[in-house]
Design a protein around this ligand. Structure first.
Ligand SMILES: [Zn+2]
Length: 305
């Protein structure tokens, strides 16, 4: 749920860690009020090593906490709701209801820019001999004001921006929704959208794909509205295969829309980590690229990588 004027007041408070309330622009970020830390749970479900598919990269516990967040401290995936990114439609894949789909392309392109930033920031992980630089991989990351610090934290912040937008894509669009008895009609997909897969870059979104108009003031008039289309809220189990739902918005509660949005968002989240690994190898070569992905996914890279 959104309480728009309140959100403007609360968002800066959340940046300072002073408040928790219903301001998240998306799948929820804080575990309070009407939200259940949905971004955190989707990220844990997707990237935690418990239940991860064999051979898929996964995040060790302390690193996962830094990306997903813990009670009382939002992780990198919640950072877009708690910073100036809150106000940017492209950080949440909003406003994709206009002909031509420019807002959806802008959201995809913002994901790509942040993925490229993660690859660039990886350069700081290794010294001139290709070994892990221990001071660059310690945790205790602080995400604030778009500032950069240690290389691993920088990469987690970049990845958090990518994943937040990707997860919102499924919550805010009709990609997974039931195809009947709803307006706008759902597209009935279950798998992640190649449109935001960051392996190809179509100039236009798939036909019929829309996201809702988001207004800070609660109404977009006759446009397809975020309030009517979002599947932002509901309980999500923190490991792969654990229970999901029921959705707690009208659109999410229609059929299995919420459950399908969560599963597609989790699958896409897993794929984004795979894309990062592919890009690191393509950019830095197999030896360094593999070590860099190891540094991002392991809690003690100086020992493990
Ligand atoms: Zn969002």
């Amino acid at each position: 749920m959104r309480w728009p004027p309140l959100a403007i007041l609360i968002a800066p408070c959340l940046i300072l860690g002073l408040a928790s309330a219903e301001s998240a622009r998306a799948f929820g970020t804080v575990n309070a009020a009407h939200q259940s830390a949905e971004h955190e749970m989707i990220t844990r479900r997707a990237l935690g090593c418990d239940g991860a598919p064999p051979a898929a990269p996964c995040l060790e516990p302390a690193t996962l906490d830094e990306l997903a967040g813990v009670p009382g401290k939002a992780g990198a995936v919640g950072y877009p709701d708690l910073s100036t990114n809150f106000f940017k439609a492209r950080a949440h894949c909003d406003n994709g209801d206009q002909p031509g789909g420019a807002a959806l392309v802008a959201c995809r392109d913002a994901m790509e820019a942040n993925m490229r930033a993660a690859v660039a920031d990886a350069a700081g992980l290794l010294d001139a001999r290709g070994a892990i630089r221990p001071a660059q991989v310690t945790l205790g990351c602080v995400y604030a004001f778009n500032l950069k610090g240690r290389a691993k934290c920088n990469m987690l912040q970049d990845l958090g921006l990518v994943l937040h937008a990707a997860q919102d894509f499924y919550s805010h669009s009709n990609w997974v929704d039931a195809t009947v008895d709803v307006h706008p009609a759902g597209l009935g997909n279950r798998l992640p959208a190649a449109f935001i897969g960051l392996r190809t870059f179509p100039k236009s979104p798939p036909p019929g794909l829309v996201t809702g108009c988001y207004s800070m003031w609660g109404s977009c008039g006759d446009r397809i509205n975020h309030e009517g289309l979002n599947k932002d809220l509901g309980p999500i189990g923190p490991t792969a295969g654990s229970p999901v739902g029921p959705g707690q918005t009208a659109r999410g509660n229609h059929g299995a829309n919420f459950e399908h949005a969560v599963e597609a968002a989790a699958a896409d989240t897993r794929d984004k980590l795979a894309v990062l690994g592919e890009r690191l190898v393509a950019t830095y070569g197999r030896t360094k690229g593999t070590r860099m992905l190891c540094a991002v996914t392991h809690d003690d890279p100086a020992r493990a990588c």
